[in-house]
Write a protein that binds this ligand. Sequence first.
Ligand SMILES: NC(=O)c1ccc[n+]([C@@H]2O[C@H](COP(=O)([O-])OP(=O)(O)OC[C@H]3O[C@@H](n4cnc5c(N)ncnc54)[C@H](O)[C@@H]3O)[C@@H](O)[C@H]2O)c1
Length: 281
Amino acid sequence: MTLLRRKKNVTGEIVLITGAGSGIGRLMALKFAHLGAVLVLWDVNREGNKETGRLAKEVGAVSIHTYTCDCSKKQEIYEYADKVKKEVGDVSILINNAGIVSGKKFLDCPDSLVQKTIEVNTMAHFWTYKAFLPAMIASNHGHLVSIASSAGLTGASGLADYCSTKFAAVGFAESIDVEMHALKKTGVKTTIVCPYLIHTGMFDGCRSKWPHLIPSLDSEYAAEMIVNAVLREQVYLIMPRTLYIVVALKNILPVKMIRLLENYLGAFNFMDNFSGCLKKD
Ligand SMILES: NC(=O)c1ccc[n+]([C@@H]2O[C@H](COP(=O)([O-])OP(=O)(O)OC[C@H]3O[C@@H](n4cnc5c(N)ncnc54)[C@H](O)[C@@H]3O)[C@@H](O)[C@H]2O)c1
């Protein structure tokens, strides 16, 4: 947790959101639109992305640029990044939000799907940073936002591919933040977001075993918390708050007790009733 800072002004900042075509990507887009930011919206889902653009216009967005970009493809990321630089300018707030989940037990998950999950949830972060970080470093101004997951802090059964990609996303974003400090580029901020279950449809069928202890999150609330964390330049956002305690316990308890705790909290069976499926392009 970070002490509350004053909220920064993002009017005129160029905000790129990947996976803006639905869920919290769309909700964040609408919030940044309201704050006067220039929106660059990427999604593989053209229609969903167009709809986000339309809704952003309705709430008074000053400038909206939508691109149908498949973030599982490095070349496509680089091509669209060049287009954005030419057509809009240098991105100053990069939000890596696009994500997928197979929802399969590790041995049931086809290799191609494991690879796709890694490409979208992790590798895309590397390529977008490669594309947009140099301008942020040059001006010592920018903000890198990683929408990871609580699955990036603790493992869960039936989520081996997803957890690995989210652990990697956390490690990557954290390392670049350390690197920015080492380079004395402290004007380039980082926010790493680790939410538990959010009601967006991505994890349909899954629910919290102990909703009073670890409640699932309303999507509007989650998006509001994320945007506020960006405005206050908060480095880590873990939601709900009780997860800060779970993570702390994980780091101090013996492994046997951790497994008992994980079982008690539902990490063994969280995916048993998963009914979500990957959205089509
Ligand atoms: N929903 C949850 O419970 C939850 C919890 C923790 C973290 N998250 C993370 O939050 C982020 C947003 O998820 P959401 O809940 O809004 O789900 P969502 O499915 O509504 O949104 C994901 C978006 O990413 C897009 N996308 C998927 N593959 C893509 C690709 N190859 N290229 C470009 N865009 C692509 C989808 O079209 C979709 O619009 C994800 O990274 C997810 O892992 C979600």
